[in-house]
Design a binder for this molecule. Structure first.
Ligand SMILES: Cc1cc2nc3c(=O)[nH]c(=O)nc-3n(C[C@H](O)[C@H](O)[C@H](O)COP(=O)(O)O)c2cc1C
Length: 211
């Protein structure tokens, strides 16, 4: 068990109490809190966070940084909402993402959040040896739920662009210790749903104790 002081819980479903994903996340968090009584949970609900839309100025700031230069005063001002989100992200030493599968991938607000925070000089940098992720020594748990079954044995496995994408983008910034709990299938009848939820909850309990 590691000494985690702050866990950032990023919620990417609008379904609140109805959410299958959050049912599993709740089990994870209840057990995680027992294992880490001093850890603060910072909850970022993307549906109430009013995420900034990326303006032309914000996007041009990214190219300035990619060119190895610093942001001039006006761009620095435009970047304040981006820097605030990056600061909050980096102040955590562990992450929980709760995200359903939407159209084989992640919900668009989670993509918007990723487009906001994944920035050169802040989360990654280019070196002579290639790309270096700057988010080091952090663990991430990603809890998803899906209407269908995308497990390895399923013929639909190849349509799962959610888990490979999230592994790629967070791996790019240095977060390589990522464990997935996928609740599936949620929308193929009550029996399969109950079985899928039970299996995911059991995985979440184990993981919360081991983290
Ligand atoms: C916009 C939208 C797109 C969805 N796309 C998929 C999909 O591509 N594959 C799938 O299996 N389920 C899909 N679903 C079903 C959800 O993944 C499933 O119901 C999930 O359990 C919802 O999680 P939540 O209750 O935490 O919001 C979609 C649901 C919505 C609302």
């Amino acid at each position: 068990m590691t000494n985690m002081k702050q866990l950032l819980h990023i919620i990417a479903t609008p379904r609140g109490e109805e959410s299958s994903t959050l049912k599993v996340s709740k089990v994870f968090l209840d057990n995680f809190k027992k294992a880490h009584p001093d850890c603060q949970i910072d909850e970022l609900n993307l549906y109430s966070a009013n995420l900034p839309a990326l303006t032309a100025a914000m996007v041009s700031g990214k190219y300035v940084l990619l060119g190895g230069k610093d942001l001039a005063k006006d761009l620095k001002k435009a970047w304040k909402p981006i820097e605030d989100h990056i600061k909050r992200f980096l102040s955590a030493d562990g992450y929980l993402i709760s995200a359903p599968m939407w159209n084989f991938n992640i919900p668009y607000l989670l993509k918007q959040y990723i487009d906001i925070i994944i920035q050169p000089k802040y989360l990654f940098q280019y070196t002579a040896g290639g790309v270096e992720g700057l988010v080091k020594n952090r663990k991430m748990v990603i809890i998803t739920s899906r209407g269908g079954d995308y497990s390895e044995a399923s013929p639909f496995h190849k349509f799962d662009y959610q888990e490979p994408y999230l592994r790629a983008i967070f791996g790019f910034v240095g977060i390589t210790d990522i464990t997935f709990v996928n609740a599936q299938p949620m929308n193929m009848g009550p029996e399969l749903e109950a079985k899928g939820l039970e299996k995911a909850k059991a995985e979440a309990v184990k993981l919360a104790g081991a983290l």
